[in-house]
Design a protein around this ligand. Sequence first.
Ligand code: GDP
Ligand code: MN
Length: 394
Amino acid sequence: MDIHEYQAKDLLTRFGVQVPRGGIAYSPEQAVYRASELSGERWVVKAQIHSGARGKAGGVRICSNEQEVADAAQWMLGRKLVTHQTGPQGKLVSRLYVEEATNIAQEIYLGFVMDRKLERVVVVASAQGGMEIEEISEQEPESIIRSVVDPAVGMQAFQAREIAFSLDLDPALIPQAVKTIMGCYRLMRDMDANMVEVNPMVVTKAGEIVALDAKVSFDDNALFRRPEISELRDKSQEDTRETFASDNGLNYIGLDGQIGCIVNGAGLAMATLDMIKMAGGEPANFLDVGGGASPDRVLMSFKAVLNDPKVEAILVNIFAGINRCDWVAEGVIRAMEELNLQIPVVVRLSGTNVEEGQKILAESSVNVIATDTLAEAADKVVGAWKDASLKEAS
Ligand code: GDP
Ligand code: MN
């Protein structure tokens, strides 16, 4: 789960990281009021969307008077800001963050990520901050510093100091840099984040270290024990298909194709996506219904898949162990009847109660295509989808 910059900064301050003073605004009038509250001579108006690279898209504006604050707010609010991270549809700006402007002497990149191969938290830093890490690794690869955290002892002050020294910081700034690095790490560990990125972490002209931007993502599987983090969720920034699925306890990831998938088990679901591609189709989603799926749950899965208007055919692939093929078959038929499905549906059942399941499908009046193997199922769903699109076209 992603959160907004202002929320990330609020969390960072609780771990001792210094951030600019600021306030949230939902209207140009509020933005101006926030600026007046902050005093100072310059302010930054920042669009709050779940995306980086807002600056280049006009979502970060430095203003020197109230009129400029009002104009920037007017321009941003209600706009779908398109950055190269949002996709062409962009993300709607409905909140702004107004900050006192910072006088920047140097921009530094600081990121904390999970390295899945090493099974460790890795700190990535560069004295060439401000650009995105992808750009840094293209343009200034030798500037990138990596440091692996030993999970048995966690991040130690000497390690943070080593990172700070490698960034060639003024020795007087080292204690503040260490405090910032340690604070980010503690936030990551104590709050079950799987990514913390401060880009840029700046050295100000007044000689302070400040987190000027902040991006934090949390491990969805740990949210149950972090109610104060769950409350920060902004569903309006998320893929509506994924929100519906997760609200209904389904493991769903939206993709770009036309073939909807309902599968049990993450591994089998991945294999199903591959098989659809090999058969010449494009999957619309990843969906794992899990074990012991009731007919209701199968019906809910159909609803989640059909929430995507691009879906033109559906493949149900169940290799039942804890699951029961007869329950799945009942769910498929209920879904096809209740949702009055007109698109091709291919069902491959295998494992527990498979005979009962196949019997239920064969005896029903709905038009479902039953198969025995995954390869056959993928071929059939792609074939049926192509036939249906040809018919549509003619
Ligand atoms: P992003 O584009 O979404 O990553 O948004 P950032 O918050 O990182 O802002 C983008 C860039 O705007 C930063 O890298 C800075 O160069 C600049 N910027 C942001 N806030 C300030 C500020 O207070 N003062 C100055 N001088 N520049 C700022
Ligand atoms: Mn940034």
